[in-house]
Each structure stands twice: as C-alpha cells, then as structure tokens.
Design a protein around this ligand. Sequence first.
Ligand code: AMP
Length: 213
Amino acid sequence: MRKIIILFGPPGIGKGTVGTSLNKDIKMPLVSVGNLLREGVKNQSVIGKKAENYMTKGELVPDDLVLELLKERIMQQDASTGFVLDGFPRNHQQVVMLEKIFKDGDICFVLNLEGSDKIIIERLSNRRICEKCGAIYHLINIPPKKSGICDICEGKLIQRVDDTPQVIKKRLDVFKNDTKPILDFYKKKGCLYSVFAEGKLSETLEQIYKIIN
Ligand code: AMP
C-alpha cells in the first residue's frame, strides 16, 4: 500500500513550499515534476533540452517526456511506500497516465490548495529559488538569512525565468484551461480535499495534517 499525496493548485500558491515541509516533517519523498525538469534543463539532459522551450514560454511540456521522468523517479526505493506529487497531473491525459500507475490498495489524497489571483501574483513576484539546490524563498514571508544567498547550500538566489509577468499570465491561463478541469475527476473519485492556502505556511500544513493522518 502506498500513500500518494497530490498537491494541486495554481502556480505560486505554495505547492513546492508545502511539499518541502511535508518531506521534512513526515519524511515522504517529494516528487516535483517542475524541479526534475529544471534539473534536466540545467544539466542539458535529453529531456531537459526538449523541455526548455516549453517551460520558458509557460506552456506544458509534452506528456510523454514528463511521464518518463515521473516513472523513473517513483520507481526508486524511497518512493515504495508513498510520495508527494507536486505539479502532476496537469491535464486530462496525465490523469489517465497516473491512474495506470496506481496499484490496488494505494491511498490517494488530492489536496486542492486554494487562493485568490492577488495572492498568487504577490507570491510569484516575491519568489526566489536557489540556483544550486532549488530551495524556495519568499522575500517577505520566508526570507533567507543572508540576502541573495541560500540558507541551505549558500547557492545564489535567482528569480525563475518563468516568473515574469507575461509568462505568469500564460501559466495561469494553462492552469485555468487544462489543469483546473481535472478536479472534477478527483471529486467523483472521492479523494479531493480543499485547503485554504492564503494564510501562513503553518496554517496550511495544519489543515493538511488533519486530512492525511
Ligand atoms: P512548476 O515548477 O510546477 O511551476 O512547473 C514549471 C514548468 O514545468 C511548467 O510551467 C511546465 O512548463 C513544466 N511542467 C511542470 N510539470 C508539468 C507537467 N505535469 N506537465 C507538463 N509540463 C510540466
């Protein structure tokens, strides 16, 4: 039996930050498709090279590439009892792919992190990530101890190339048109939970622990 937690929500709502906390607190591996792709782009892997152009424009990377990365990651030993998924599935086809990955007895929680457009834009424009380890900061809510430097590995903090106003708009459109409609499927399946994600991280986590424990 595996416990699979899907972090669902628009870009910038805090899926990565929540996922990192779950990973630290309950030791579940965090499988972030965006991080895997960014890693591939950084290393100029075969998939990374193919994905880069889509990511820079804020479009979805083709399903077959993303699925390959995902499968490879969840086959690793640490994911054998469960994992937290950030950024997958993002369209109907990916829902179908994920259903094929599920095994009998798996328990699935789809946590729908909800917040207004205003809070999303505010969080995205204040977001910085470490170019070395990918740790996520918010200039006001989760600032680094030393300005511009990662607390964990001392890497340089940068703004993601897709966190510009034009690309943010595109990513929000993709979320509304391709990703949000898949909620219906999980609602019918009976594993969809609503999480109010506009408050402090601790408040969001408190709701999540009540659902998944
Ligand atoms: P994220 O880090 O989740 O915001 O994802 C960053 C970018 O990676 C997205 O804008 C897409 O270009 C790509 N990406 C991440 N997850 C997926 C996915 N499940 N399917 C397709 N593209 C993805």
